[in-house]
Design a protein around this ligand. Structure first.
Ligand code: DZT
Length: 302
């Protein structure tokens, strides 16, 4: 059994698309609103500490956060206008506990990543051939899962952190838990560890992301058969790739293990939705989010 020319091209295109949309140098991260870590009050993770106060001079809207980057025609009522406005001067004290000091940075990071995921999806020919409404439905419901998957590239098993260049952009668990409870973070980190241990080849990594995007059972998808056919073609390519290029022990049961990861992602997605809702309800938090985040996560799915 061998990869057909068509399957081989598919893999080449996906890898190229991914490389174009995932910057391993993380050089854009300095344009995000800066991370602010509360002077290390917790005990364990010493690696969390980062110089505070270095970024105080920076204005906070250098990041690009275009409205409706998903696509034109996404007529989601923007809840931005009805949420309480905050007379924000940068002091989070009014927002009270927990202090969401990492939120502006996290929001910019996720917002930026959403745009990259959209860029990746648009490189897949079959994706562009779908009706715009289906493109939106697929992306809206899968984007947090793709972000979780792609972030595995920066995840390190050494210290369970996402290491994106300098110490300033090294994210440990406690960085995210200010605001997001352990109910998301514990399974998220477990997921990252498990995925990392699969030692996926780049071809497998990009195929898994593409398979995840082409899930016919997402809410709002109209042309389910077409999405399913695309997913099937991707899955077949993955199975063939593994059998040809990923020998045991690593390749043993690899396909079913990857399918299990897709199931895990559904649960993480569910948990993220709940926590986003909780966070976005807090007073003043809209200013920390971006219009794109509100557009993608801020309205209920059909
Ligand atoms: C400040 C700590 C950053 C750690 C990021 C880890 C990570 O609800 C919101 C819209 C506010 C988003 C909440 C996100 C909750 C937790 C979460 C973290 C979910 C998914 C991923 C992550 C991702 C790390 C990276 C990426 C976003 C990649 O695109 C690029 C790089 O690998 C880092």
């Amino acid at each position: 059994l061998q990869l057909s020319d068509e399957q081989d091209h598919l893999i080449t295109d996906l890898i190229e698309g991914h490389r174009k949309t995932y910057d391993d140098t993380y050089s854009d991260f300095s344009e995000f609103r800066p991370p602010v870590r509360k002077s290390d009050n917790s005990s364990e993770e010493g690696f969390c500490s980062s110089p505070m106060g270095l970024h105080l001079e920076k204005s906070n809207s250098t990041c690009s956060s275009p409205t409706s980057a998903l696509s034109v025609g996404m007529s989601l009522g923007n809840i931005f206008s009805i949420l309480p406005m905050c007379t924000d001067d940068g002091s989070d004290e009014v927002t009270a506990n927990p202090p969401l000091t990492m939120l502006p940075h996290l929001a910019d990071l996720v917002s930026y990543s959403i745009q990259k995921v959209i860029g990746f999806a648009k490189i897949i020919p079959e994706f562009k051939e779908l009706h715009t409404e289906d493109q939106i439905a697929l992306l809206k419901s899968s984007v947090i899962e793709i972000i979780i998957l792609r972030s595995n590239q920066s995840f390190s098993l050494e210290d369970n952190s996402w290491t994106c260049g300098s110490n300033e952009f090294k994210y440990c668990i406690t960085d995210v838990t200010q605001g997001h409870s352990m109910e998301l973070m514990e399974p998220l980190v477990k997921f990252q560890v498990g995925l990392k241990k699969l030692n996926l080849h780049e071809a497998e990594h990009v195929l898994l992301m593409a398979i995840c995007i082409f899930s016919p059972d997402r809410p709002g998808v109209t042309d389910r058969d077409r999405v399913e056919a695309c997913q099937e073609r991707l899955s077949e390519t993955l199975r063939t790739y593994i059998s040809c290029h990923h020998p045991p022990p690593g390749g043993h049961l690899l396909y079913p293990k990857m399918v299990q990861k897709l199931a895990d992602l559904r649960n993480l997605n569910e948990e993220h939705s709940k926590q986003y809702l909780e966070i976005s309800r807090k007073e003043g938090v809209v200013d920390d989010l971006t219009p794109l985040l509100v557009e993608v996560f801020g309205s209920p799915l059909p």
